[in-house]
Design a protein around this ligand. Sequence first.
Ligand code: NAP
Length: 253
Amino acid sequence: MREIAIVTGASRGLGAAIAERLLAPHRLLVCVARSGNDALVARARSSGAQIDYLRCDLADAQAVDALAVSLGARLREHRDAQRFVLVNNAGVVEPIGPIEKLHTDPLAVSLQVNLASLMRLTAAFLDATDDASGERRILSISSGAARHPIAGWAAYCATKAGVDMFTRCIVDEQSRRANPARACALAPGVLDTQMQQTIRSADFPSIDRFRQLKAQGGLVAPEEAAARIVAYLDRDDFGAHPLDDLRDHAARR
Ligand SMILES: NC(=O)c1ccc[n+]([C@@H]2O[C@H](COP(=O)([O-])OP(=O)(O)OC[C@H]3O[C@@H](n4cnc5c(N)ncnc54)[C@H](OP(=O)(O)O)[C@@H]3O)[C@@H](O)[C@H]2O)c1
């Protein structure tokens, strides 16, 4: 296999669209989510692409540890690959509400899914490919909310800001290595996915902006974002901007 790519949150939305774009005969695609994605697996079979679909609750730290070990083993099996890719996409926007109402259980899910599992899986990815000669690319899906506070979204803003800083730390550490992995935390724009449905049915001060975006056709289809993200992943200068925003990037072209 020339390439191995891991995509978390591949059951629907942006992750499913990215995974679909990454199906190719030369690439082993490893997908992670709690729910299955029969359409994706069927598409892989009919197109001759190799896929492993792993069911895991990324909110469960022990399950994430076991997943990290199993992903590490898969990566080592393919240590001769020319390229290793990790797309950290799984995420949750909840809990939404004022900071006074934050409670431990939903906060722990947000921190674990959006940040701790991403850090653990990235650690396993880097460790298992440390002595590989192929190139290594880590793309974490961030958000505009990592860089601009949104009232009522403190957990999401803080965890996504954590993803941004973690990415900068990866780049800093890797810059000292012989074969440095490249990393980017990329904000994808506002997408027409289940996450936006959750947002529109919540209660927070700027909710009208999100309802209007939907009503006025201002949301980006996940397939369109995925096409641009996969092209971004392939760029020669991938990682040159550790924090990036697909919207700014499009404007630069
Ligand atoms: N939608 C937007 O406007 C927008 C904007 C900026 C950034 N983003 C980011 O884009 C990424 C994808 O979001 P989306 O809009 O595609 O959301 P989505 O439609 O809600 O999909 C979220 C994905 O994450 C997975 N996931 C959630 N909780 C999980 C858990 N406990 N264990 C394993 N997987 C879990 C889901 O799979 P299961 O439920 O099957 O587990 C699903 O595949 C997220 O990181 C999000 O923060 C989205």
